[in-house]
Design a protein around this ligand. Structure first.
Ligand code: ADP
Ligand code: MG
Length: 291
């Protein structure tokens, strides 16, 4: 490709809301065999809501939400924001948590109103030796509906279970279908529960799912895809930066965090997954004209 034709191509792309920050990304994207997407915030809206609250015997919604929100007020996770919002909607003021420890890919523990609180996924409870049995069937139902189960344990006992829903973005399914039509493989990468992730992937038409992945697992999974062909990765979060850098082409949606945008070579000016499809189509059109 000549420098001039690349320049013209990137200029046209910019007019269409796709910013190629490096000319060679245009060529690499045109050669992509795989597009892997971060789930939360990229394929979904990334602003989950608490849709279900299931209590163990003897617990009230007020007690459970107060302790849960006290701990989650100290976390920056999107799931945490949903729990705090739910408590505030119920007119509750989360008490100030102490001794807060976040565990990546699991959740966090804290002391809230003098009680030992653990909030997070089943893995977090398992690792703390806390039985999930009484509410496990309800958790499976939530996951089967595509919701993320969030557990609350107090003083070593599971006392509540919440279901959090994060709707797919408009245009996400259309984007997956369009990429597949163009012969690309599409994968979804997430730290979320496998059962939940599979339901969301099913709705979007994605067959390859990497779920329950810790940050290092995500990178290993992307390396495995890369071994099968040129890989583009689409992600919006601070925690997506390593994956954006590791992929052959990193793509960040316009609404992404500064860290993601910094790490990406392609930036979409709109916060719309269809921009990925447009970027791929454009890169191919430019490279076709050049050859
Ligand atoms: P991703 O960014 O792909 O969602 P994370 O590593 O951030 O992956 O989270 C993985 C899982 O860990 C979440 O789906 C959730 O089950 C659990 N988790 C992490 N942080 C929290 C939190 N603050 N509150 C509740 N659950 C959490
Ligand atoms: Mg994300």
């Amino acid at each position: 490709a000549t420098p001039v034709s690349i320049l013209v191509g990137t200029g046209r792309a910019a007019e269409m809301g796709v910013l190629f920050r490096r000319g060679d990304a245009l060529q690499r994207l045109s050669e992509a065999r795989w597009v892997a997407f971060d789930k939360t915030g990229t394929l979904t809206e990334g602003a989950p809501r608490v849709t279900d609250l299931i209590l163990a015997d003897g617990w009230t919604e007020t007690e459970a939400l107060t302790l849960a929100a006290g701990a989650e007020a100290r976390s920056e996770h999107p799931l945490a924001a949903a729990v705090v919002a739910r408590a505030r909607e119920a007119g509750l003021t989360p008490p100030r948590a102490r001794k807060v420890t976040a565990t990546p890919g699991r959740g966090l523990s804290a002391e809230v109103a003098g009680k030992a609180v653990l909030i997070g996924n089943a893995r977090a409870l398992d690792e703390a030796g806390i039985a999930t049995a009484p509410l496990a069937a309800a958790a499976a139902d939530l996951a089967a509906a595509g919701r993320t189960p969030v557990w609350l344990a107090v003083a070593g006992e599971a006392v509540a279970l919440m279901g959090l829903a994060d709707p797919e973005r408009a245009g996400a399914a259309e984007t997956v279908a369009g990429l597949r039509k163009r012969g690309l493989g599409v994968a979804m990468v997430t730290g979320d529960l496998r059962a939940t992730a599979e339901v969301v992937a099913g709705r979007l038409g994605i067959a390859r799912v990497v779920a329950e992945a810790l940050p290092e697992d995500k990178l290993a999974a992307l390396e495995a895809l890369r071994a099968e062909g040129t890989l583009a990765f689409v992600g919006d979060g601070i925690n997506d930066a390593p994956a954006l850098a590791a992929a052959d082409v990193g793509i960040a949606p316009g609404g992404g965090t500064d860290v993601a945008i910094e790490a990406a070579e392609v930036v979409l000016m709109q916060d719309d997954p269809r921009g990925v499809l447009r970027a791929v189509a454009l890169s191919r059109a430019v490279m076709r004209n050049i050859r």
